[in-house]
Write a protein that binds this ligand. Structure first.
Ligand code: C5P
Length: 314
């Protein structure tokens, strides 16, 4: 597997949707959960959620799609950070969400066209950062154009929800969204603003189903309303005060390395810190890019295997 040099944050932020007649390239951003409350277990095996997710500006994968008129679908994965794939390999097989997205579109439309995907991975797997979901959403959007399918947004969203609970969020019109149901019902939150964060992932990841199985739903807890108003007020402190994640405590119980992340961030002067999604990545809210750089440098010096800084999308 080829290892690419690290890509500068500005390079990614400025990356446009590049396209030629037969090739499209798109940035597939990672996400963080500012707020995640599990309300109840459902009969279908999923959990009823209330979560506020935000897309990240600099941190994400890159998906390149080249038209393959033969109808074949293929995927090559290139890792931009060695740690990303070392512990849990991301399969370049039919089970990969990018290939599943292409197959779903082929089935839905009957197109005879195919695609050669190249996926440059920067977002670690099993991290709660939506890497695979974002790749799938990018594939749906690109293939809709590359194959001239002209599917409506509603159809793409419905296919996205079948692929995974987090996939529709990456197709939302705003980068900040209140997601309910199992995560697929979107309520856009206007007025997102850039907040600098440090994101760190311990050596081992976590299985999403295992974390959900071990969580205790919090039907009585205060809703996401505070967090939503904090975002609308554009106050970093107010956002930080409203952070919450029901899944953090079962995740810490399953993976003690997350407890270590928590202790490391406690020692830093970050505005607030929390695990994202079902983990195992953990983030600290910073006051500026400079602040984020300093925190990241200290975490790296303490041996945290994967540390990145990024801002949230506005
Ligand atoms: O939807 P997705 O395929 O990403 O979900 C992966 C797993 O995470 C599910 O099979 C389920 O075990 C768990 N999950 C859940 N409740 C949700 C979302 C995911 O229990 N709302």
């Amino acid at each position: 597997m080829a290892i690419l040099p690290r890509i500068g944050t500005q390079d990614v932020a400025a990356m446009p949707v590049l396209q030629s007649l037969s090739t499209f390239t798109r940035h597939a951003p990672a996400k963080l959960n500012w707020y995640l409350r599990v309300l109840a277990r459902r009969a279908d095996g999923f959990h009823e959620l209330e979560t506020v997710m935000v897309r990240l500006r600099e941190l994400g994968d890159t998906l390149r799609c080249r038209l393959d008129p033969s109808g074949a679908v293929s995927l090559t994965i290139v890792s931009a950070t060695p740690q990303t794939l070392s512990e849990q390999a991301i399969p370049a097989t039919e089970s990969n969400l990018v290939i599943r997205a292409a197959r779903a579109l082929q089935q839905q439309t009957g197109t005879s066209l195919g695609v050669q995907f190249t996926l440059i991975k920067r977002v670690p797997a099993a991290a709660g950062m939506g890497g695979g979901s974002s790749d799938a959403a990018a594939a749906l959007e690109i293939l809709n154009r590359l194959w001239n399918l002209e599917l409506s947004r509603a159809t793409l969203l419905s296919i996205a929800a079948d692929l995974g609970s987090d996939v529709p969020f990456f197709l939302a019109e705003t980068p900040l969204v209140l997601c309910t149901g199992r995560g697929e019902i979107l309520t856009p939150i206007p007025g997102s603003f850039p907040i600098w964060v440090v994101v760190a992932r311990p050596k081992t990841g976590l299985s999403t189903p295992a974390v959900f199985r071990n969580c205790r739903p919090e039907p009585e807890r205060a809703s996401a309303e505070n967090l939503v108003s904090a975002c609308e007020s554009r106050s970093i402190t107010a956002v930080a005060q409203a952070l919450h994640n029901t899944l953090q405590s079962p995740a810490v119980a399953l993976n003690p390395e997350i407890g270590r992340m928590q202790r490391l961030f406690e020692r830093e002067r970050v505005v607030a810190h929390q695990m994202t999604g079902s983990g195992s990545a953990y983030f600290g809210v910073c006051t500026s890019k400079r602040h984020a750089c300093c925190v990241a440098a200290r975490l790296r010096a303490q041996g945290v295997p994967w540390v990145e800084i990024t801002s949230t999308q506005a």
